[in-house]
Design a protein around this ligand. Structure first.
Ligand SMILES: NC(=O)c1ccc[n+]([C@@H]2O[C@H](COP(=O)([O-])OP(=O)(O)OC[C@H]3O[C@@H](n4cnc5c(N)ncnc54)[C@H](OP(=O)(O)O)[C@@H]3O)[C@@H](O)[C@H]2O)c1
Length: 355
């Protein structure tokens, strides 16, 4: 395991996808990137290579027998692949950090945003013991980075979220087709709709996840359930409307909050200014607030339009607008932060044990 080596051996399942490539961009700046990771994808990409520190690494076909010697396995190849292969990785001795929704709501699986509930990991995960840790849904992470400090101060009674989600949140093929539609537009051709099934450029549409019998789509349900699990508190009433907008990268969310206890606009501003991983962009004079183009490539979640909700009694409601890079904090960065925390715990435990 990690604690017996100089650095943990890392594997990425889904390395050729958008989240996988973002992991490859982040890892060189992390202690987890001291050694070259092993890269896995489908048989379609096996034999290709991906760049790493000025060189390249071959991509291998993922399968149940590939995980020997891997300490930390990042999974970002979709829920089916995680369900199929993550147990094999755990059996081979790896800690799995899963970016899909496959295990998020399983009772034994921690669902972690390190700035918010990283302590759950410290309390529940025994260093060096393989298992699965889930990375939450990207819209959930981005919302909770801003809302949790306010929840801790005043208690959220009700939260209403409207999302404006980027194309790349649905994977490489989706993002590519939005770009293709832009090329089609310039060329005066009919829009290519093979992947998305509709005009996306100059349009927006209800989130492309399945709708349940109650009329909520899966993304909206994830926002509610995952928030309750991360906060370990199912009392806040939460509703959401999730929408895809023709933005390539970084999700935006309009969030309306009702508090249990009064919280002024100024107090909220102070809390958000001190919150780790949050950057305030709230220039009313210049009418400049968070924008996905500005959030793209950033680690922090941008928060602005911070204002008292005047439809509620003074101090009892607040409106916010947040933008966050869903490939970084919404996926790859959060996953690396989880793994770094596990690795640090394992190293500390090894030192304590006198290794
Ligand atoms: N995109 C986001 O912003 C985001 C944010 C949070 C969570 N997630 C989740 O992360 C996962 C990956 O998303 P993505 O956007 O990176 O998707 P993507 O760009 O479509 O990439 C999918 C990856 O999965 C691999 N793959 C597909 N089928 C496979 C199989 N049978 N065996 C092994 N590998 C296989 C693909 O390999 P090939 O190149 O060989 O096809 C590719 O590397 C999804 O579960 C998604 O819900 C995504």
């Amino acid at each position: 395991m990690a604690n017996e080596r100089e650095h943990p051996a890392v594997g990425i399942v889904g390395a050729t996808g958008l989240v996988g490539r973002e992991l490859l961009a982040i890892l060189p700046g992390s202690p987890l990137g001291r050694g070259a990771p092993r890269l896995f994808a489908s048989t379609r990409s096996a034999g290709s290579t991906l760049p790493w520190r000025g060189g390249s690494i071959p991509v291998e076909a993922a399968g149940p027998d590939v995980f020997g010697g891997i300490d930390v396995a990042f999974f970002c190849a979709g829920g089916d692949v995680s369900r199929q292969l993550a147990p094999a990785a755990v059996k081979a001795g790896a800690v799995v950090i899963d970016n899909t929704s496959a295990f998020r709501m399983d009772s034994g699986v921690p669902l972690i945003v390190p700035e918010i509930n990283g302590d759950v990991l410290d309390a529940s995960a025994l260093p060096g013991i393989p298992g699965i840790i889930a990375n939450p849904n990207c819209s959930t992470i981005i919302a909770l980075m801003a809302v949790t400090p306010l929840h801790r101060a005043a208690g959220i009674k009700r939260m209403v979220i409207a999302t404006y989600q980027a194309a790349s949140g649905a994977g490489a093929a989706f993002a590519r087709e939005l770009e293709q539609q832009a090329e089609d537009h310039v060329a005066g051709r009919p829009y290519t709709t093979e992947t998305i099934g509709r005009q996306y450029l100059f349009n927006l549409f209800s989130h492309d996840s399945p709708i349940g019998p109650d009329g909520y789509n899966q993304e909206e349900r994830k926002l509610v359930r995952e928030t309750h699990k991360i906060w370990d508190d199912a009392t806040p009433a939460i509703t959401a409307t999730c929408v895809r907008v023709p933005v390539l990268r970084a999700h935006s969310e309009a969030i309306n909050l009702t508090f249990n206890e009064p919280l002024t606009e100024d107090a909220a501003l102070k809390l958000l200014a001190a919150a780790p991983g949050v950057r305030i962009v709230d220039d009313r004079d210049a009418n400049r607030f968070p924008e996905p183009a500005d959030a793209t490539g950033l680690d922090e979640v941008l928060v602005g339009r911070i204002r008292a909700d005047r439809s509620q009694p003074p101090g009892m409601g607040l409106d916010l607008f947040v933008c966050g890079d869903q490939l970084r904090k919404g996926a790859a960065l959060n996953a690396v932060q989880i793994a770094e925390r596990v690795f640090a715990m394992a190293t500390t435990a090894a030192r304590t044990a006198g290794h």
